[in-house]
Design a binder for this molecule. Sequence first.
Ligand code: ADP
Length: 570
Amino acid sequence: MPISENARAVLERRYLIRDEHGEAVETVDELFHRVADAVAAADVRFDPQADVADTARSFYRMMTELDFLPNSPTLMNAGRPLGQLSACFVLPVADSMEDIFDAIKNAALIHKSGGGTGFSFSRLRAKGSTVNSTGGVASGPISFMKVFNAATEAVKQGGTRRGANMGILRVDHPDILEFITCKNDTKEITNFNISVGLTESFMEAVESDGSYELVDPASRRVTGRLNAREVFEAIVRSAWQTGEPGILFLDRLNKDNPCPGQGEIESTNPCGEQPLLPYEACNLGSINLVRHLRRTGTGYALDRAKLEQTIRTAVHFLDNVIEVNQYPLPEIDAMTKKTRKIGLGVMGFADMLLYLGIPYDSDEGVAMASQVMELVQTIGHQESQRLAQVRGPFPLFAESVYRDGAPLRNATVTTIAPTGTLSIIAGVSSGVEPVFAYAYYRNVMDNTHLIETNQILRDKLTELGLYSDELMRQIIEHGSLAHVEGIPEAVKRVFVCAHDVSPIWHVKMQAAFQQFTDNAVSKTVNFPNSATQEEVAEVYRLAYELGCKGTTIYRDGSRDEQVLNIGVDK
Ligand code: ADP
């Protein structure tokens, strides 16, 4: 198994089955057998003669070779009594006390099983409007978000995952201004990522410097008007200050809704990459692109044949997951099986570019993104069609936007996930993000620092006879290679990190992946601390123009606790 010590440690700490004393009762190898066997078992439902052992072997190999990994809940729970395998859920929040607290209870059940939940709070009546049954005054969406947050805090996922939520409010909700700054104003919404749901009419009003209507969702009455540019600027200001809220283009999510007859998509999962209908769940999986390179005489090239094979096996795997998954609620079981959405994506994209000698922030890099993702999309859909012939199309196929074409087994096939933990297990750059840092200090015992270096850079510098600890210290100090003396320009041009990549290229890259992705793309646009609000606004406009489904930005140093600090390993 090509699994590093670091990856083994992550798996051992968080994924292995433990007994009541907290002792691991399986090995890493047994973990992958458990997952492969449980997921392959679904084959017999469609063909009593199926060679399940053969399928299990191919799933096992695909995971242990680190060619592909399914999302964390599948690794943790497959073949176990809990059996909840999805990372992404969206739950409805309707405007009544019963419905709000049902959603909180349901979210707690999902968090306990390792899933993340997204909610739209747009249906809750505005703060200050009347409550008919009591004659009292409604406290509004933000007050309820704090209750969701407290419940998430209390559950803490039984020690494995902290619990994550997405909270969305439409830009035409009367409480929108309070929502935009809610995370800056209180520490009671820490278990949420928040995003403003922008509409086309809002974006047009921003363009024309017009005003737009605020509508109370309960009464459907217009309660006021706001200047669109002022609201847009408020979003930009808050994101510039703290990284939140993100933005989501709601009409665009719904333009790509494969089953519009089922109602509107109003929310995504916590990291924004998976738009879902209320009560829908989705399981994700990511192909490790570094494992899909082949050696050429002078360097490396994309191994398309191997990639095609992995895509097919991965789609088969993810469709099986829907079958063996044990859903936390009957409503989720029913809805998820009607559309059978899966989210296949990639990780290690930036590392792959390093091997290929292509800078992330270049037309060639963006072209590579399109080339890879077009293949994942095309072959992924082909495999979903093949499965539909054997297993039948997803039940809502006849009313879906695909109804005039070849039947598909899955209403969506592709998603680009952040791969926070998966990329650590695989030992590659996360999702489609640029490399964050090429070298950093790891604190070990006795207050000594170990230098950790990106392996691809280390190999490159060693090959050139340039590697030294001193050079690494300088890279750590500068946060990037850009201003370190003694490194050839050609190397610096390729080995760019997230902070070297200008925001415009971040957006171009996101757009290239989005073009060939059914769902959405998890991506953060990094800004230097010195960036202005106008630069943030420009990126929002560009994301809109280039067809992205939303954007998240982060300006270096704008939050107290930053997850990753250059030069400091936490
Ligand atoms: P992983 O690498 O662990 O599989 P990702 O970082 O790719 O996970 O995140 C994918 C999705 O998994 C997120 O958008 C979210 O829906 C869910 N998720 C991630 N982390 C958590 C968490 N701590 N608690 C609950 N759900 C999570």
